[in-house]
Design a protein around this ligand. Structure first.
Ligand SMILES: [Zn+2]
Length: 316
């Protein structure tokens, strides 16, 4: 983790606010309500620090409005530090670590971490891959299933049972990686051909070459892609020419080490948020030329328009 804790943006509210404003807006502040650039800063003792006013819609705003930081009582300098820590750490940062480092309550740290994960999520990101590109897909399992899955429509959900494939009572995770590019990671209640197809056609461009192992989840959807090439892990085959699933398996390795070391008690209802966090760091990894500070800026920008409501995870 490469975070210089002596940086004033982590201690000084004014410096933190300036950093956030620059990260969010660059040199021209935009109205958080209507997007207008016709805004004026409200200076002087009559106004709260960081308040701006829009000449078009006549509303006031600050850098935290319509962001995951909105209405938080946690100082901005602590938010900036938390964004940096979570963007830089390979394995994630637990609420306990944030609680100790930021000197805030455990409860506040927990909510703050989930808000930052929300900022890192990319629910409407464009499909990965494309003509001439390779998309690797694979599934893995992590942690015990807690949410009972309905067996069929209209029937009472039975306790958690073995899915179509994979270990019983584990939470299935499907990941798609564009080789040398970004990743999409999805927690699925059950891994079925139908669910896998939905994820693949939604998140990957069908002009891509699809690379998987010999699992029977992929041949049907594979016909919808430019090509579907497989490696037979059961026969000890891990690569044939450029056909392999090493990128997606590498990601699963990072994910599992992080989950085991940092988030071992993650509840199933929150699993997707943790997956979003690991996916964010992978899609913005240093191998793709994105370093720690820039990754924090990208996360902060993603915070725009994504304020979590109390009903979704609670207040911090
Ligand atoms: Zn406005």
């Amino acid at each position: 983790m490469d975070v210089d804790l002596t940086n004033p943006i982590f201690h000084d509210e004014a410096a933190a606010r300036t950093w956030l404003e620059h990260a969010r807006w660059g040199s021209d502040a935009a109205c958080a309500h209507c997007g207008s650039l016709n805004v004026v800063r409200l200076e002087g003792e009559a106004h709260r620090a960081g308040l701006l006013s829009c000449r078009d819609c006549r509303q006031q705003f600050s850098v935290t409005v319509r962001s995951v930081m909105e209405r938080s009582h946690i100082p901005l300098a602590k938010w900036v530090l938390a964004f940096h820590l979570m963007a830089a750490s390979k394995k994630g940062v637990s609420a306990h670590q944030l609680h100790r480092m930021l000197k805030i309550t455990y409860k506040s740290a927990w909510f703050m971490a989930h808000r930052i994960r929300e900022a890192m999520a990319e629910p409407s990101a464009p499909p990965i891959g494309g003509a001439g590109k390779i998309v690797e897909a694979d599934e893995t399992y992590w942690g015990k299933q807690e949410i009972p899955q309905p067996r069929s429509r209209g029937r009472v959900p039975k306790p958690v049972k073995k899915g179509n494939s994979g270990p019983a009572d584990k939470r299935p995770i499907v990941a798609l990686v564009e080789r040398g590019g970004p990743i999409r990671v999805i927690h699925m209640p059950r891994v079925t051909g139908k669910n896998v197809r939905e994820a693949l056609v939604r998140h990957a461009d069908r002009e891509s070459r699809l690379h998987t192992d010999e699992s029977r989840l992929y041949p049907a959807v594979g016909t919808e892609f430019a090509a579907h090439e497989t490696v037979k892990h059961s026969a000890g085959e891990y690569a044939r020419g450029d056909v392999h699933t090493n990128s997606v398996e590498g990601f699963f390795g990072i994910l599992k080490r992080g989950m085991k070391g940092t988030y071992q008690h993650c509840g199933e209802q929150h699993l997707q948020r943790y997956l979003d966090e690991f996916a964010f760091r992978y899609s913005n990894r240093s191998k793709l030329g994105i370093e720690d500070t820039e990754r924090a800026v990208i996360a902060m920008r993603g915070a725009e328009g994504k304020r979590l409501t109390y009903r979704r995870i609670g207040d911090a």
